[in-house]
Design a protein around this ligand. Structure first.
Ligand code: AMP
Ligand code: ZN
Length: 468
């Protein structure tokens, strides 16, 4: 499996630190509003990376934080006259609902910055002791030039950065030793949340949060650190400086960054009026369509959101659903093991396509190519699988499509919701079948209900049911 590493600007073979295990950290959103569809891109992309790695047999420890203390959260709290904590809790809950709609699985751990302040103080203290940080009037700064490899991720040169900052240096207004130094701890301001520290009451800078949460839940060294491309500089560059200076080890082996999502070829922004939350989209489309649309491009290519492209994504998804539904119907009528000729006409091309899917995903998670392979299997299903096919063949093709869709986090079939009255009618039919000693039909009904997520229980009082 090859991964494009921002650090080396090359596709590299993936070798985990521990065999068969992946330690992965994805920078999560700052929770001051509903997430927008740009924020959804890294969630969907890296959830798909995780799913694919699990398909390859890796055990993935996936950590993704919520930044729940930040200027934007405080501003929103002041606007509404509520606490910052209330704003953060509300939008974490809303974000989790959006993730569920997008079929983004919960992380192994979702740490909250405000619950990890002790660890941040410890790391800042360690950085001061090692000469990488210093305090001035209640603010602690990282001494950027003390980390010799600063700039290695963003491929920026310290001297170029320095000249870009010359005005600050000349003005003499800055209390920093060097304009390149960045904040690790800032002193409390009236009306803001704060925590006690050796440097007075205050709150942590944004970058230190991720260094600390990653270390606590994944260890000093991790396999993959990921986020949107805007985080390369300064956020991830600063995380590297902090973590490697404190721990004395390389922080993350592979750095993955998704490109941005634009709207009608323009940067999404509130002032341009082209800003969509996931909720806005959900009012018009099934969120599965949004996920399918996001995966139709390579994660390192900029992606343009438009109504036309969403319609194309919807049509593509419908094509898969229609093929699966046809296979489900065929399977209920077909029977028997593989027939003469089917192995050559169906099984062999199916296996070749499954291998082609893995090849696309092994090449730096090329989901665009992987989706075209799913369409090739759909075509095979629509042409080679017929009423004449054996049950074994029909089921294998159906299973393959569903399993590849599942790696993409896409539901390959539309689950029909049964109405209560329909369930009760089927239960009655089953009781009648049992009375008539037609146990085959009774079992068939039980299984049919089970497939639709309805669980039956035979009690002394009669049959009860519940939705799974
Ligand atoms: P934020 O809450 O701004 O820290 O963003 C959370 C995540 O969303 C980060 O990984 C960002 O890089 C990513 N992100 C923000 N805007 C976009 C966008 N328009 N397209 C893709 N990713 C984005
Ligand atoms: Zn981060």
């Amino acid at each position: 499996m090859k991964i494009y590493n921002t650090l080396t600007r090359k596709k590299e073979e993936f070798t985990p630190i521990e065999p068969n295990k992946v330690r992965m950290y994805v920078c999560g959103p700052t929770v001051y509003n509903y997430i927008h569809i740009g924020n959804a891109r890294p969630m969907i992309v890296f959830d798909t990376v995780r799913r694919y790695m699990e398909h390859k047999g890796y055990e993935v420890n996936y950590v993704s934080n919520f930044t729940d203390v930040d200027d934007k959260i405080i501003r929103k709290a002041n606007e509404e006259g509520v606490t910052a904590d209330e704003i953060a809790k509300r939008y974490i809950m809303e974000c989790k609902k959006d993730m569920e709609g997008l079929n983004v699985r919960p992380a192994t751990k979702h740490p909250l910055a405000t619950e990890e302040i002790g660890g941040m103080i410890d790391m800042i203290q360690e950085l001061i002791e090692k000469g990488h940080a210093y305090e001035k009037n209640g603010t602690v700064y990282f001494r950027t030039r003390s980390f010799k490899e600063y700039g290695k991720l963003s491929h920026k040169n310290l001297d170029d950065l320095q000249s870009g900052n010359r005005s600050l240096l000349v003005s003499g207004e800055d209390e920093k030793e060097d304009p390149l130094d960045f904040v690790l701890w800032k002193p409390k301001k009236e009306g803001e949340p704060s925590w006690p520290s050796p440097w007075g009451d205050g709150r942590p800078g944004w970058h230190i949060e991720c260094s600390v949460m990653s270390k606590k839940y994944l260890g000093d060294q991790i396999d993959i650190h990921a986020g949107g491309e805007d985080l390369v500089f300064p956020h991830h560059e600063n995380e590297i400086a902090q973590s490697e200076s404190a721990n004395g080890k390389e922080f993350a082996h592979y750095w993955m960054h998704n490109a941005f999502l634009n709207i009608d070829n323009k940067k999404m922004s509130k002032s341009l009026g082209n800003f969509f939350t996931v909720r806005d989209i959900e009012a018009k489309y099934d969120l599965q369509v949004l996920r399918f649309f996001m995966l139709s491009a390579h994660y390192r290519s900029p992606l343009n959101f438009s109504a036309d492209l969403m319609t194309a994504a919807k049509n593509g998804l419908d094509r898969i659903h229609t093929a699966v539904s046809r296979l489900t119907n065929l399977a209920s009528q077909a029977d028997g093991d593989w027939k003469e000729g089917e192995k050559e006409a169906i099984q062999a091309p199916l296996q070749a396509l499954a291998a082609k899917f893995d090849e696309a995903m092994d090449d730096d998670f090329n989901t665009a190519d992987a989706i075209s392979v799913i369409f090739e299997i759909v075509k095979l299903a629509n042409t080679a699988v017929t009423e004449e096919s054996s049950k074994a063949a029909v089921e294998e093709v159906r299973k393959q499509i569903l399993s590849l869709c599942d790696i993409m986090g896409i539901h390959g079939e539309v689950k029909e919701e049964l109405l209560d009255s329909e369930i009760e009618a089927l239960i009655e039919e089953r009781s009648a079948a049992r009375k008539a000693k037609n146990f085959a039909r009774a079992d068939e009904i039980r299984n049919e209900l089970l497939e639709k997520g309805i669980i039956l229980e035979d009690t002394r009082q009669g049959v009860t049911w519940k939705r799974a």
